[in-house]
Design a protein around this ligand. Structure first.
Ligand code: B12
Length: 211
């Protein structure tokens, strides 16, 4: 039986080795990777965030938790991606300038791949110019931007403005997300779409490209 509680604890306490071996064990038992993500991994990161907010955790503990989460996700990522099928669209994704949070962005990227999209991942701390360059060169159908800090959210707007200035805005759909981002904010900055989590992001991406 998959020990979701132990996986949750391993991530929360930053025990990468335990997180990886518990994830491998669960996958070997045939447990759905989505269950591991939604029932253990994301709740553990949320609890780490809560502890950080009330000063029970500091940056080193957050880093350890993130490292454990990433280790476990590395095992899951190939299972979320689908190979072989012809892509239904091309996506350029990145976390915006000034923001190093990439766990959620990576999950969205993996789920989009699993949903049949070709994904070009620009990484984290991506300046507007790099998004512009990627749109010009890779000609994606969709640009996805992630922000986890309230102070980096405006970089999404800056990127949209930069795409406009480069005459590329109308060539792509733009979807934004990340914990502090809302549908209302997405509308305000002129994005085409928003999703609150990785599975909704796949549905929203398909709707945007169909529109
Ligand atoms: C892990 C973490 C870190 C790690 C990041 C490691 C990494 N490689 O990602 C480290 C330690 C580096 C870190 C650093 C900092 N962090 Co931090 N961090 C977190 C934490 C605990 C978890 C984030 C996470 O990975 N969640 C799990 C993932 C799966 O969820 P998610 O990112 O929200 O993504 C989901 C959705 O939002 C959505 N989504 C995400 N992106 C996108 C994109 C699109 C297009 C779509 C459609 C959807 C979508 O789908 C995802 C999957 O379902 C959060 C707390 C929290 N609960 O969010 C704080 C948090 C985000 N951090 C915070 C802070 C303050 C910082 C620091 C400033 C701390 C400091 N004093 O140095 C620095 C900033 C560094 C920087 N310049 O970016 C604050 C932000 C407060 C604010 N309102 O701005 C938070 C909220 C903690 C808190 N409660 O105070 N952090």
């Amino acid at each position: 039986m998959a020990d979701l509680k132990a996986l949750y604890e391993a991530i929360l306490t930053g025990d990468r080795q335990a997180a990886v071996s518990l994830t491998q064990q669960a996958l070997d038992e045939g447990v759905d990777p989505q269950l591991l993500i939604n029932e253990a991994m994301i709740p553990a990161m949320n609890e780490a965030g809560r502890r950080f907010e009330c000063e029970e955790y500091f940056v080193p503990e957050l880093l350890l938790a993130a490292r454990a989460m990433k280790g476990a996700l590395e095992l899951i990522r190939p299972l979320l991606s689908r190979t072989g099928a012809k892509p239904i669209g091309r996506v350029v994704i990145g976390t915006v300038k000034g923001d190093l949070h990439d766990i959620g962005k990576n999950l969205v990227a993996s789920m989009l791949e699993g949903g049949g999209f070709e994904v070009i991942d620009l990484g984290a701390d991506v300046p507007a110019e790099k998004f512009v360059e990627a749109v010009r060169e890779k000609q994606p159908d969709l640009v996805c931007m992630s922000a986890l800090l309230t102070v980096t959210m405006p970089a999404m707007k800056t990127t949209i403005e930069a795409l406009k200035a480069a005459g590329l805005r109308d060539r792509v759909k733009i979807m934004v997300g990340g914990a502090p981002v809302t549908e209302e904010y997405a509308r305000q900055i002129g994005a085409d779409g928003y999703a609150e989590n990785a599975s909704r992001a796949v549905i929203a991406a398909k709707q945007l490209l169909a529109a």
